[in-house]
Design a protein around this ligand. Sequence first.
Ligand code: ARG
Length: 586
Amino acid sequence: MRIIESAIKEKGVEVMIPDRENFGHYSTNLAMKLAKLEKKNPMDSARELAGKISARVPKGVFLKIEAVTPGFINFWLSKEFLQKELTRISESKSFGKTNLGKGKKVIFEYSDPNIAKRMHVGHLRATIIGDALSNIYEFLGYKVVRWNYIGDWGTQFGKMIAAYKLWGSKAAVQRNPIEELQKLYVKFHEETGKNPELEKKGQEEFKRLENGDKTNKKLWEWFRRESLREFDKIYKILGVKFDVTIGEAFYEKELKKLVADLKKKKIAKESEGSLIIDLKKFGLPPALIQKSDGASLYMTRDIANIKYRLAEYKPVKMFYVVGNEQSLHFEQLFKVAEILGLDKSELKHLKFGLVLDEDGKKFATREGRVVLLDDLINKAVRLSREVVEEKSRRSGERPEVRDSNRRGSGASEKEKDKIAHAVGIGALKYNDLKENRHSDVKFNWGQMLNISGNSGPYLQYTYARMQNILAKSSKFQTLSSKKIPSSKKRKTNFDLLVKKEELDLIRKVLQFPDALIDAHDSLLTSGFSNYLYELCNLANRFYETAPVIKEPDLARRGARVSLIQTTNRVIKAGLGLLGIKALDNI
Ligand code: ARG
């Protein structure tokens, strides 16, 4: 795509990849846009521009550049260009990398669970999306700070402490921390219904915590530590890491000063005992800075958070991967940041939709309770194991893949667990990442694990299948090494790749950098996931129509082996960026 953009030498020109090849490998409507501006006939403009471009581009890149009605210009790459490019990238160690982010720091905030509460599917979405986008930005040269802004402060901890003092048991919390704490919290709410005095008790305990009361501080620290330990177990299973785990409590000590400052500068004003920042002129409800009882708020902590990040990290951008339901909060926060001159770094809310069940209802257990993440992950892994076992049983019935099956069925239980784990987590992640994050995601277990559909397991299976060919071909090469010079010495002759399926695959491989840049610009993973899916489709088509091991022409076989190698490098890198493992065997 970049080759066309540079040939046209116009900024912001939109180049698209048509669905059907007879509309070109690439196409642009630039001429139509220009014709409109210059009040010319669009077809004339298209012909004229196509001529200019043809004269400008290096020889041999395009097979054809054509102006077509109503004014599109379509481009077809030449096979020589594709072959040459494949030679280049098959030797390159940094294919897809750019210096787009060189010298730039960005903060990605994601996951953000609340302590003493179970992480829910919304946090899971944030974790998966935030991790993938961070990976992509890092790959493109940014210095990425991965930030887990945990919810570890607020009046609810007063209630928590009060409940623990009334009904808690140390042993029970130690045994099952979050479960037990959550139970206590629920009980506190139930009891408050009967005895409104309790509400006050909760507030008092929070005040004590705020004022540094030793017992309460110890309890809070303990709840926090135990919660983080449980969250870490989930992050480990998901293969997700953070650079900074600094939550809301961290900013507590800054808040008094911040609030006083806002008051002094007359940015915040009193309203019915509370302190607010008026945002009427932006068409937004006021931002609440301090409650009438003097307690600080979520909003205030977020302001302090921006201040701190700007001072300590100087990021060019800060991304918040948080659900749609907090849109208003972030709109207000960003306006406040603007008012305070804290907008030196671009602030962006990367929103996402809900997680729904197969019937499109909010995801819950049959009894209507929230689905526990551990249960969800375990189910994904269990079902994946069934899929993998079924696959290896069925492929065993086909003689041409018996070899891989022999290895599959010979796999130890431990190995099978490892595979099921990687496939299950991959399925879970891909199911989320393939959607435009603005939409809700559906949990359809069948689709999510469909090994021949648009699913994580399908991509992993494609990769494994091709690794298998590579393994066989190297075995073959060692056997007949006397006759064939080693692949290192022999220059791969990509000119021999001329079949449609081969050229289609090469063209897709070449789009890897474009797909990455699109993900970078749009901050969406859906297009990139779809790119990998299409790449795998073409890889399968190639594999099914062009023999590799059985190809009698050794030079052609070598070229096909190299094409598989390069394709698999891209699939592996792509899956890795989505946080999904590529396995040699499934
Ligand atoms: N902990 C919050 C929740 O679970 C999300 C925090 C979002 N991030 C922020 N900077 N406000 O709802």
